[in-house]
Design a protein around this ligand. Structure first.
Ligand code: NAP
Length: 209
């Protein structure tokens, strides 16, 4: 596919761009300050910032290009509405790492038996939004409005623990993203399934599995 990649020089983007090319896609990187011209692209991928991402996605939809959004902290509802209006797809995964999706699924299962939960999410200090999109998605799956604790420190990539406390016992479900290669298979899966999704917004890698 012909792809426009917003944020190709970022921590995720610079791992993703060569991986997409190795998978046979043609990638055009669009960085900060570049004109948002996605003419001829089959899809756009955004891994930028909450401030930039919404404008990038809107501009792509206005140019009739469907979008895969990795950027977290965006207000996706208006973008989903615009996409639906134009018969286009916007796909967002709060976390493109398969192990993280399984962590959320297992946490949802555990919550049925151990409802007292709290979430600790730990990310690199460069991550601007808190709590993380994954933590918010996990909280809504677990239910009961669990407290979310956000840690931002150098050295971290993306990590999350869901702790379930019961009388005399503690269950911890933990996922660690150790490098940004973890996000590549999820993005490739989203590209593969993009044409099969209904117009408008679809959220979550689990919807593609
Ligand atoms: P990062 O290293 O800060 O990279 C962000 C990139 O966006 C930078 O290269 C920046 O360019 C670029 N950028 C900023 N404004 C732009 C604009 N208007 N147009 C085009 N590019 C622009 O961040 P990251 O760690 O790669 O993460 C990027 C986003 O993805 C964050 O929101 C993060 O939370 C999210 N993320 C999501 C997942 C997931 O699985 N969903 C996984 C990891 C990260 P400059 O270099 O010029 O500043």
């Amino acid at each position: 596919m012909k792809l426009a990649l917003f944020g190709h020089r970022g921590k995720v983007g610079h791992v993703l761009a060569p991986a997409l090319e190795a998978a046979g896609h043609e990638v055009r990187g669009i960085g900060r300050g570049d004109p948002i011209d996605v003419t001829g692209a089959d899809a756009a991928i955004d891994f930028t910032t909450p401030e930039a991402g919404a404008g990038n996605v809107r501009a792509c939809l206005e140019q009739d290009v469907p979008c895969i959004v990795g950027t977290t902290g965006l207000d996706l509802e208006p973008l989903g509405a615009l996409a639906a209006e134009r018969g286009l797809v916007v796909f967002h995964a709060p976390n493109f790492a398969l192990g993280a999706v399984l962590m959320m699924r297992f946490a949802q299962e555990a919550a049925a038996y151990m409802p007292r939960a709290e979430i600790i999410e730990l990310h690199n200090e460069a991550k601007r939004d808190a709590p993380s999109g994954t933590a918010k998605a996990t909280a809504s799956l677990v239910g009961g409005d669990p407290a979310i604790h956000s840690v931002r420190l150098p050295g971290l990539v993306a990590h999350q623990e869901v702790l379930f406390g019961g009388d005399g016992q503690l269950l911890t479900i933990r996922h660690d993203t150790l490098s940004r290669e973890a996000f590549v298979p999820g993005v490739l899966l989203a590209l593969d399934k993009l044409a099969t999704l209904p117009p408008g917004l679809t959220v979550g890698l689990d919807r593609l599995l």
